[in-house]
Design a protein around this ligand. Structure first.
Ligand code: TXA
Ligand code: MG
Length: 340
């Protein structure tokens, strides 16, 4: 039996709660907080020791660098060696919001934050609780998504408590996060700039300002270590519905499987989650991780996910579904056929 494991303090997203959270951060603690994308697990970015606790709590490998969160563009300028005109323009246009920019770092950022890379990823979130927390802490906050390594990103404080409740000091109970999918990460440290992770800021919007943005996968394992093929995994195996899959594979009864649908429910499954009845990709992104979490807890043999159109936030949704998947699936009247 487990008796005396300390459980994270649940703080309200009001002035008192945020003040307490800021004090914990300044004292080297770990605090999970809402952003507009997903919950972050924050520590003082200037303290190597506090940041080391993030990696321990998440079970995250040290080669995977963290995003540093700031409350205004001026603060970002103090972390980067230089702010090129394109960075200024992107900050003006997209901050605060779900866009992370990677540029060469200054000494002041400890190496553990960037996993030894010469660059640092920075973003200014738009969630008022996150902004107030950064302001009151008076330091930039290093924060990955507040999940155990490789698992689903939390879009609600309860999901944080479930995964990390015994490993961190506090969670700010901010309820559901509006965007629901992580920020778009782009590197301005190379020419032309490169998309490292599709996310909450659509590529189409970025292309207006960076027409030459490269979106092919990064060369070499360390270009963006977090963009590993297996990530964002539910515990129940997930299979992407594929047309034209040859017959064969393993047959699972539909009635023992779940279905993650884009617009309309499908028959015969034990549980179905519809991401957006009106086919809105923004709404679909905001429901994705919570829907996967519900399916994951339903005791199913497998989850079948229907692809969504790869435009706007659909690019980020498909990126997460591919990483979450163990293989492909096709359907007949009674069964799901899966190929790992
Ligand atoms: O929306 C978000 O971005 C959330 C919230 C909490 O802000 N954070 C988040 O952090 O998703 P995380 O650690 O789960 O993902 C950070 C991504 C990883 O893919 C990591 O490899 C990449 O950013 N990254 C961080 N620093 C980098 C750097 N210096 N160079 C290249 N990629 C970097
Ligand atoms: Mg993450």
């Amino acid at each position: 039996m487990r008796y005396d494991l300390p459980v994270a303090q649940l703080l309200l997203p009001d002035a008192d709660g945020i003040t307490q959270a800021a004090a914990l951060l300044r004292a080297g603690g770990l605090v999970a907080f809402p952003t507009e994308t997903v919950y972050g697990l924050g520590a003082n970015a200037f303290s190597a020791l506090a940041v080391a606790r993030i990696f321990a709590a998440k079970g995250r490998p040290y080669f995977d660098p963290l995003i540093v969160h700031v409350a205004d563009p001026g603060e970002a300028a103090r972390l980067w060696a230089d702010v090129p005109p394109l960075a200024k323009k992107l900050m003006e246009k997209f901050w605060p919001g779900p866009l992370t920019l990677v540029l060469p770092k200054r000494e002041i950022i400890p190496d553990i934050v960037t996993a030894g890379l010469p660059t640092v990823a920075v973003r200014m979130p738009s969630h008022p609780v996150a902004l107030e927390l950064i302001r009151l802490s008076k330091v930039p906050i290093a924060a990955p998504s507040a999940n155990r390594f490789g698992r689903l990103s939390p879009t609600h404080h309860e999901a944080v408590l479930e995964q990390l409740g015994e490993a961190i000091d506090a969670v700010i109970a901010g309820g559901p996060t509006p965007v629901g999918i992580e920020s778009t990460v782009i590197s301005l440290a190379e020419d032309p700039p490169r998309l490292l992770r599709p996310g909450g800021t659509p590529i189409e919007a970025l292309r207006e300002f960076i027409p030459h943005l490269r979106i092919e996968p990064p060369c070499g394992p360390s270009a963006s270590p977090g963009t590993m093929p297996r990530h964002y995994r539910p515990s129940t195996p997930l299979f992407l519905l594929a047309s034209g899959l040859p017959t064969g594979g393993e047959a699972l009864p539909r009635a023992k499987c779940g279905f993650l649908a884009f617009q309309k429910a499908w028959d015969g499954f034990a549980q179905v989650e519809v991401l957006s009845e009106r086919g809105d990709l923004v709404e679909a992104a905001s429901s994705l991780f919570a829907a996967l979490r519900r399916l994951d807890r339903a005791g199913l043999r497998a989850i079948v996910a229907e692809p969504v159109p790869e435009e706007g936030l659909g690019l980020a949704i498909m990126d997460r579904l591919r990483r979450a998947s163990s293989g492909q699936a096709r359907l007949d009247e009674t069964h799901v056929w899966v190929v790992r």
